[in-house]
Every structure is written in C-alpha cells, then in structure tokens.
Design a protein around this ligand. Sequence first.
Ligand code: ATP
Ligand code: MG
Length: 339
Amino acid sequence: MRIVSGIQPTGNLHLGNYLGAIRNWVRMQDEAQARGGQCLYFLADLHAISMPHVPADLASNTREMVAALVACGIDPERSILFNQAQVPQHSELQWLLNGTARMGWLNRMTQWKDKAGKNREGASVALFTYPVLQAADVLLYQATHVPVGDDQKQHLELARDIAQKFNNDFGSEQAPVFTLPEPFIPPEAARIMSLRDGSAKMSKSDPSDMSRINLTDDADTIMQKVKKAKTDPEPLPSEKSGLEGRPEAANLVSIYAAMAGEDVPAVLSRFGGEGFGRFKPALGEVLVERLAPINARFMELRRDRDALDAILKAGADKARALALPTLDAAYRALGLVRG
Ligand code: ATP
Ligand code: MG
C-alpha cells in the first residue's frame, strides 16, 4: 500500500484544519505502516500558483504547514514529507500527461467550472490543467491509494482515466507504466463549525479570532474562547437526536468527542442534563490537554527555519528517488530519447 496525498500550504492553522485534515494524515500514516506500506505527503505549492497569490506568503505558509504537520504527528522518518517545488518530476510528468489528457475531460471538471466562474478567459492555464498535475502527483509514485473527500472524487477518476489511456496507448499489457490508484475513504473527517456561529465553518478567513481555536493559542486563550463560545440556554440533551436544531451545542459536543477520542453518545451520556456552565470548562480542559503538546512543538518548530528546510529537503530527496524510474519509463514509452 502506498498512499499519496497533498495539501495546499496555508497559514493560521486552526482546530478545523487539525480535526478535518491533518489528524487523518496522522492516522493514515499509522495505518499504512501497520499494513507494511508507506505514505507520501506533499505540500501542493505548485498548485497554489494557479490562483493569485503573494509569493512571500506562499513561502512562509509552506514552512508553517510543515511545522504544523510535524507538530501534529507526521513523522518525517516514517512518511515522506516534501513540497512539490523541490521535486521537478511532478512538473515533468504533468507535461507528458498533457499529451494524454483531453480538453473535453478537463472541461467537465466541476472545480474548474466553480473556480473559473464566468471569467474563463481570465483564468490561469494552470487552473485548467490543475487536475493533470494532480494526476502526475499520484501516478509518479505508483500510488495504490489516494484519500479523497467528495470534492476530489472527480479528479481521482480523471487520474485513473489518464493512467489507463496512457497505459493503453504507450505501455504494454505485461508492463503498464502507471498503477491505477484506488480511492481511500479517510476515517470520517470532522467538520468543525465557528465558535460564534454554528452554521458557518470554522475558517482562517473569519474576521473574528474568537470564532476559531488556532494551533498557536495558549491555554488561557483557549479557555477564554470556549467560555465565550455561542450557545443556547438549554441544558445538553442525553440523546444525540436532542442536538438537532442546536448547531452550536452540536458543534461543541462533537469537538469534545473528537478531542477526547469518544463518540457523541458517550459524551452525552456523561453531560446530558448539564448546562454549559459545567460543560464548557470540561471542553476547555480537554482542548488544552490535547493541544498543549502540539502547540509547544509547533511554536518551537516554526521558529527554526533551518530545521524546517532540512525536513523538506530530506523528504524531496527521498521522493525524487522514488519518482525517477516511473518518470523515465514514461519518457521512454513515449519514444522520447533519453541519454
Ligand atoms: P479558507 O477560509 O481560506 O478557505 P480554511 O480555514 O477553510 O481557509 P483551508 O486552507 O481551506 O482552510 O483548508 C485546509 C484543510 O483543512 C482542508 O483539507 C479543509 O477541508 C480542512 N478544513 C478547513 N476548515 C475546516 C473545518 N472547519 N472543519 C474541518 N475541516 C476543515
Ligand atoms: Mg477553505
């Protein structure tokens, strides 16, 4: 089993990013290892330039994201952690795959339609060919499994179509150039809502810092934010169904469950009938207890730019070594002369 997954580098990481994305990576790392496999995790910095961006922010967000991933439990000794820009084989393979991908296939991608909107003429070419780079990202490593949420299913299908057509057109039955990756449905990803509004996602772009718990928040800040979190006047229900129509209460309970490693009914069996005056301090404590070690490691790492760059470089060296044979096979299959 070889799992390949990428994430766009972002700064200002919060609890939603941790529970919705990063924690799944840590679990997959453990599961892959238990099954004798391996994970390759990359920062999709090449994808990030498909939209308008600030170069200085991209560089600092890339390092910030590495610090967060390592602080949250991605082990650069066990998983291969790198950024695309240091492994030029991604771009090279993308070009080779551009000969196989069809305009019609890309035109049907809903992410392209959504992100380009009405302004197709003004969208970057990179935004259009983005899914071909994604195909290269996974095919380059003969990935067997690619974790996909709902929004990325279509892109994984496309990667499989590209691999199949390339194998058909240029490979041989005995020696296909690419492995067709299977979707890997990640363990249920929590969707964390804003602490100020149970109907809005917790997000780094919310202007109110009170709406989210940041990985940089210290214990006092976390306790304050939980205390001020929006709630309703009712006590907690003892059954899950009692949370219907109470988005703020439901959100706080599911945060508790996710952080304590329990399920929602177990949390409610303990706190059902209690008011938020009792529940909030308990929630704050669980959050502080679980986030404190992550916070400490994160704060230390993000100050050490040399250490972060060394992690990325070592990861890129390993990724390149894995990528080269497949890239070379693709060049040769196409009849391109290589020394
Ligand atoms: P923005 O507001 O700029 O969209 P964001 O806070 O939503 O930022 P992203 O950079 O879009 O964060 O997302 C990074 C990863 O974290 C993605 O995998 C995304 O699905 C996940 N994620 C973001 N917010 C949440 C959330 N509130 N709950 C669960 N997962 C989340
Ligand atoms: Mg987002």
